[in-house]
Write a protein that binds this ligand. Sequence first.
Ligand code: PRP
Length: 173
Amino acid sequence: MALRPLLSEAKIQARILELGAQIDADYPTETPLYLICILKGACYFMADLSRAVRRDVLVDFMGISSYGKGKTSSGEVKITKDLDISLEGADVLIVEDIIDSGVTLSYLTGLLRQRKPKSVRVVTLLDKPERRLRPVDVAYVGFRIPDEFVVGYGLDHAEKYRNLRDVCVLEPD
Ligand code: PRP
């Protein structure tokens, strides 16, 4: 397998600063913004985005395992690690690394809305709109990318490559 750079570390970090500024401008400063990271891939993006915003944030993490993710129509997921904090009355921003079919996220946003937050929005570093099966309202997108298999900056292939600083396309030799 060969790695072809798609998004450099510098490009990713510059875009995250822009996203942080946009998020700062969009939310009231009086109350903290709840950043909810969906494990595992999004933890790198979460670490950088949470420091790119200047406002108060609370961070928490949710682990999910999918029942045949993207292959079932329901997209139902099992929570393997639930949040420690209550979302009631909070402005919630779900932090994802990539949106593909949208099946996971459409299920997850429904689930989190049941917890009575004030608002729920989504920020994703990468979006593959060509792959969408389920409509998802994504408030903030870092980069729209073509339908290629990407790794790095949190994204894996069989758990490998998450720690690459760039996002790369994984190609057969
Ligand atoms: C990725 C990503 C989303 C989901 C998107 O997670 O973080 O949660 O897939 O796919 P969808 O739009 O087709 O539903 P993944 O299952 O790869 O888990 P990981 O972050 O632990 O690697």
